[in-house]
Design a protein around this ligand. Structure first.
Ligand code: ADP
Length: 334
């Protein structure tokens, strides 16, 4: 089963890669982060030095990987890509670090998932451009310091708050990516349609944008599904009718909530009477990892006012009951 999943993921990744902006000026929205980054990059270019390490935080699909690639491209540097979960041992990270060339950009996705020993090795490398290579074992082991050429770490995390302070402090610049508004998503969609060579009606772009959970990755994915529908069941044009029909087939509702979002709301309202309920209990009820519920579903549900957070757990807000077509129970003060 995991093989099938990987295959499907690879196809999605390839489709995504084709739509990635390559330059900062092509990157839609996120004006604040874009301005800040362009300043940091230009200053570094003028000095002829690698810029400070960059941390990018925000929910999945908002453009962290894309920005890491853009940073490397804007610096004319090559990019090395790894991720917290891919680094099993500190030694793996030491190997990556010691092979870096001057000015290279090292992208570490899901950096909050690095194991502690690797994290500690990374602080030192980021601060002092040094790794201690351990040779030998037990009492005879010794650490040989190896100095590294200047390089830039770009870390991405869905949860900047949970990054240990010592690691967070090593980043000279942190950019927080926020959900995109409908106008920005429309621009993403029209740009993508151009790259895919399909003509997307303005109304259809607006419809897809409003149902994309503020997320470019989702907007692009829905665009491809609308194209599928238009080619197979429609007349090939990406019209508003095609958009509505395709979104219905793929179970994206009028607020853009998907299956997981609705499962979370339904569990919260019907199994837990509106809460408060803890994250782990809620995750078990929908059959997902707590991290998935917390980083994939919740940020949007909080932002849209469907779910609230209290010290005792998550609660359903009136909008959640209304969205599910349920009456708010009398004893719900939310
Ligand atoms: P993350 O790393 O935050 O999960 P990605 O950088 O992989 O997100 O972005 C997901 C997809 O969304 C990319 O393939 C890219 O095509 C698209 N995308 C993200 N941000 C933008 C943007 N600002 N402008 C245009 N496309 C974007």
């Amino acid at each position: 089963e995991s093989l099938v999943r990987t295959g499907a993921d690879d196809i999605e990744r390839a489709a995504e890669a084709a739509l990635r902006p390559r330059r900062l000026e092509e990157f839609v929205g996120q004006r604040v982060v874009r301005d800040q980054l362009s300043l940091v990059l230009e200053a570094a270019r003028n000095r002829g030095r690698a810029p400070d390490h960059v941390l990018l935080s925000g929910p999945p699909g908002l453009g962290k990987t894309t920005l890491a690639m853009i940073i490397a491209a804007e610096l004319g540097a090559s990019l090395r890509i790894t991720s917290g979960p891919a680094i099993q041992h500190a030694g793996d990270l030491a190997a990556v670090l010691s092979s870096l060339e001057e000015g290279e950009v090292l992208f570490i996705d899901e950096i909050h998932r690095l194991a502690r020993p690797a994290e500690e090795l990374l602080y030192v490398a980021m601060e002092d451009f040094r790794v201690d290579v351990v040779v030998g074992k037990g009492a005879g082991a010794s650490a040989i310091p190896l100095s590294l050429p200047p390089f830039t770490v770009v870390g991405a995390t869905t949860r900047a708050g949970l990054l240990p302070a010592p690691l967070r402090d090593r980043f000279g610049f942190t950019g927080h990516l926020d959900f995109y508004d409908a106008d920005e998503l429309e621009r993403v969609l029209l740009r993508s349609a151009g790259l895919l060579g399909v003509s997307l009606a303005g109304e259809a772009a607006a419809e897809i944008a409003s149902r994309s959970r503020g997320t470019p990755r989702i907007a692009n994915r829905l665009l491809r599904r609308v194209r599928d529908w238009a080619e197979v069941r429609g007349d090939g044009t990406l019209s508003i009718e095609a958009a509505r029909a395709a979104l219905a087939v793929f179970e994206v509702d009028d607020r853009g909530l998907d299956r997981l979002d609705r499962a979370v709301l339904t569990a919260l309202c019907t199994r837990f009477g509106g809460g408060p309920v803890g994250l782990t209990t809620l995750a078990v009820a929908v059959g997902e990892e707590p991290e998935t519920v917390e980083t994939v579903a919740e940020p949007f549900l909080f932002r849209e006012g469907f779910v609230g957070r209290t010290p005792r757990g998550r609660i359903a807000m009136p909008a959640a009951w209304a969205h599910l077509g349920l009456d708010v129970p009398r004893d719900q003060g939310a």
